[in-house]
Design a binder for this molecule. Structure first.
Ligand code: NAD
Ligand code: IPM
Ligand code: MN
Length: 359
């Protein structure tokens, strides 16, 4: 190995809206943690404007060669259209996930102590919450056949046994890692098996696998009931495994347990090759350019990148601890500000400086 190969290469995909603001902030943080080589590429709306495609070939090729990819967000009103033939920014993100084979999306939900009063839910209800949503990311209704006629439309939802098996196994592995040597790995599989054929296949496959993997304590919940229990009894959950669209919706809901969508990070992983690390939230067009964006979901995604993508768990922990300290000192971006206690309202830049200072 020559010397240059030892410096991890990170592709930055800032994207649209607040994406460039939060990715730039994350880069300053990463620079304080270690030495990385960066390459920046267009995706989403900016890529449509520059090249006509939401995922230019050169962007996908660069991501394939990188050690890890850090993404901001894509989309915005400029590219919103109901024309089925017009390119959409979101196609860039979906194409990237599919192109890199990133079928497992990990979205950890663990409220930070300092934010227990920032959630719309009562502190005593959310205290102790520590769950992980494992979302299937390259199948289901997102990737089925689409059809549009003037007065009708179709989105097909397909799952294969193999697709369900691999995401269930990813969830089992995650549950085992979380349980450690002493705990019991617990997985809740979420579906709509009372209505959907894909869910009945899902339930059959997950149940069968759990009998082969006797250490896993498995239960099943219908998705509507899960949505309810996430707010009524969030501490009952450990690992939630679910299909693509249910995982999308449930994770935005679960984000509010942490105080804000602006806090939730994610890792999208495949069999091998680079993962994509990105905040769960979108491009927040309503606050883009105002300097108000909460950068912490992106910082925590950078931490997940160090842990899951670059083999640097210590660096990950340094970032996570620094985020906790900045919040512990009372700093709050607008999405977290409750107007009570000794909170200090700040923007993206001050929050970034505080996390840097706490490193
Ligand atoms: P959104 O997540 O962008 O915003 C929802 C609300 O949360 C807004 O009020 C926004 O201001 C707030 N918010 C989100 N992130 C925040 C942050 N870091 N700091 C402070 N406040 C934050 O969802 P939306 O408005 O429904 O979607 C906007 C665009 O983003 C759409 O084009 C959508 O397709 C896209 N989107 C992209 C991704 C992604 O790139 N991964 C994810 C979700 C939505
Ligand atoms: C997410 C987003 C994306 C999704 C969109 C932008 C395609 O909402 O990452 O959660 O639905 O997967
Ligand atoms: Mn989403």
């Amino acid at each position: 190995m020559d010397a240059s190969q030892q410096i991890p290469s990170i592709v930055l995909l800032p994207g649209d809206g607040i994406g460039p603001e939060i990715v730039a902030a994350a880069r300053t943080l990463l620079d304080a943690v270690g030495a990385y080589e960066y390459a920046e590429h267009p995706i989403g709306g900016v890529a449509i404007d520059e090249t006509g495609s939401a995922l230019p070939e050169s962007t996908l090729a660069a991501c394939r060669k990188a050690d890890a990819v850090l993404l901001g967000a894509v989309g915005g009103p400029k590219w919103d259209t109901t024309d089925p033939d017009a390119p959409r920014p979101e196609q860039g993100l979906l194409g990237l996930r599919k192109g890199l084979g990133l079928y497992a999306n990990l979205r950890p939900v663990k409220p930070i102590d300092a934010l227990l009063d920032s959630s719309p839910l009562r502190r005593e209800r959310i205290a102790g919450t520590d769950l992980l949503v494992v979302r299937e990311l390259t199948g289901g209704i997102y990737f089925g056949r689409k059809e549009r006629e003037p007065d009708s439309a179709v989105d097909e939802c397909v799952y294969t046994r193999a697709e369900v098996e691999r995401i269930a196994l990813a969830a089992f592995d995650a549950a085992r890692r979380r349980a450690g040597d002493t705990g019991k790995p617990r997985v809740t599989s979420v579906d709509k098996a009372n209505v959907l054929e894909t869910s009945r296949l899902w339930r059959e496959v997950v149940t069968g696998l759990a009998t082969e993997h006797g250490d896993i304590e498995l239960d099943h919940l219908l998705v509507d009931n899960c949505a309810m229990q996430l707010v009524s009894d969030p501490t009952r959950f450990d690992v939630i495994v679910t299909e693509n669209m249910f995982g999308d919706i449930l994770s935005d809901e679960a984000a509010m347990l942490t105080g804000s969508l602006g806090m939730l990070p994610s890792a999208s992983l495949g069999e091998d090759g680079p993962g994509v690390f990105e905040p769960v939230h979108g491009s927040a067009p309503d606050i883009a350019g105002t300097g108000a964006a909460n950068p912490l979901a992106t910082f925590l995604s950078a931490a997940m990148m160090l842990r899951h993508g670059l083999g640097d768990p210590d660096g990950a922990e340094r970032i996570e601890t620094a985020v906790e300290r900045a919040l512990g000192s009372g700093l709050r971006t607008a999405d977290l500000h409750t107007g009570t206690g000794d909170e200090r309202p700040v923007g993206t830049e001050e929050m970034t400086d505080a996390v840097l200072g706490a490193l």
